[in-house]
Design a binder for this molecule. Sequence first.
Ligand code: HXC
Length: 520
Amino acid sequence: MRPEINKLLEMRDKALLGGGKEAVDAQHSKGKLTARERIELLVDLNSFIEIDMFAQHRATEFGMDKRVALGDGVVTGISRVDGRAAVVIAQDFTFLGGSLGEIHASKIVKSIQYALSIGAPIIFLNDSGGARIQEGVDALRGYGDIFYWNVQASGVVPQIAVIAGPCAGGAVYSPALMDFVIMVKKGSFMFITGPRVVKAAIGEEVDELQLGGAEVHAYKSGMAHLIAEDDREAISLVKKLLSYLPSNNMDDPPKVESNDDPERRDYELNDLIPEDPNKPYSMYEVINRVLDSESFFEIHKFWARTAVVGFGRLNGYVVGIVANQPAYLAGVLDIDASDKIARFVRFCDSFNIPIITFVDVPGYLPGTRQEHGGIIRHGAKVLYAYSEAVVPKLTVITRKAYGGAYIAMGSKHLGGDFVAAWPTAEIAVMGPEGAAEIIWRKELDKAKTPEEREELLQKFTKEYRDRIANPYVAAARGYIDAVIEPSETRPILIKMLEYLLTKREVKVRVPPRKHGNIPV
Ligand code: HXC
């Protein structure tokens, strides 16, 4: 064999070793896979074309001239995942802790640019100690470039981040700019400042997982959309997520053959809403009974649980589901639920995914905590996102649709294409009891005993409910397109969805603008 070929083969072997056998063993001993093992699990057999395998840093300070690894601590390339092209970036913790320097960063930027030019999703497997300390400002510049290109790719190709190890400091902002973040429960964390700095700055004692582990971000901060037990599960979640997404914003999401009858009626839905309007029921019942069987894939399951968002299928077509959850704090809209809904609606709109909204909402959450936290600002995002979305928007009001929350949740007034209500719907400015307290206050104040007052209140509440809080007043004005039997929700949604697939945007003419100014 020619020596040049031998040299190439030797270099390849060297590159495959990353930071060396010892570091690979250390990675395994933590229950983590290496970058290449993760890629192997993710991509279709023989589909991976590696780019920049022989890249090397050019730093010389602090002994860096002696610390070189081919690939510079990140494996990048183009592959197929379940038959569709995808760009993969996997940080290699075995070399200098996957830290990011100039060349490492430029490989990532090149990958994002490939994704943009071929219209393929980006999957970024993060496992890094952050900015490579020895490379100083070159490392910072690298992050800046990545953030810039994450933003250029936003809304053009889906971007999925897996956090499979440390992700600290400014490094967190690349995943934060992407569409979905999947965190591995063991050994992964995300925070701006680590425990040591926290202790020095404010005296708080906290460990890495308490500060920014997968569970914290799944339940409390909302940073993690999905969480996985280990690397393997995280990768299977990436594949599942991709199965609902188009490759880019010019494509439709992948349709599958459904073996669930599009005409299937579910008569149990007719009895789902309790007689007592204050009794809860689970919106999951509605979602799962209406969608193609077992197609619901929930996003942000543990965060802001008064709202539910996720992907599903109707007769094989991908849809985005947005719903209130009456089983959790009556399905009230609060700051986090508003953020969760607004972001999901905008994602669906960017990637041609029709939105199905199920409404049972008593309003926005009252109180100083919410008001001082900016519920006005956050609630406005929901209005903005729905008003701006041009994908088909179909809404079903199952029970309460009160006040501003009625308008926000995919109403006709924000461009809902088809708004249906179940006969149990209550559409009003506020709940009947509160309304009766206000409009019949004088009559109620005349009551001589508390019992008499309660009796009167019940009478007025019923009167308000009968006259106002039902779907027929809104239907009489055309604000509700149809009052439907709950059992026929699936066949009706499927038919309307299929009509709306050819929807063309009928828009009020607005002067050209760069972009609107969503109240972020
Ligand atoms: C250079 C780094 C590094 C870094 C880790 N290493 N982080 N080298 N720059 N940022 C090296 C270690 O020196 C070590 O080298 C090897 O990677 C493995 O690291 P260990 O510490 O042995 O691993 P572990 O015990 O698992 O701890 C991992 C870790 C820890 C928690 C990530 O290494 C750590 O705290 N690193 C520093 C993190 C940090 O402060 N990064 C800067 C954040 S600020 P050897 O020689 O042993 O192989 C930032 C700003 C970005 O990122 C701003 C952008 C806007």
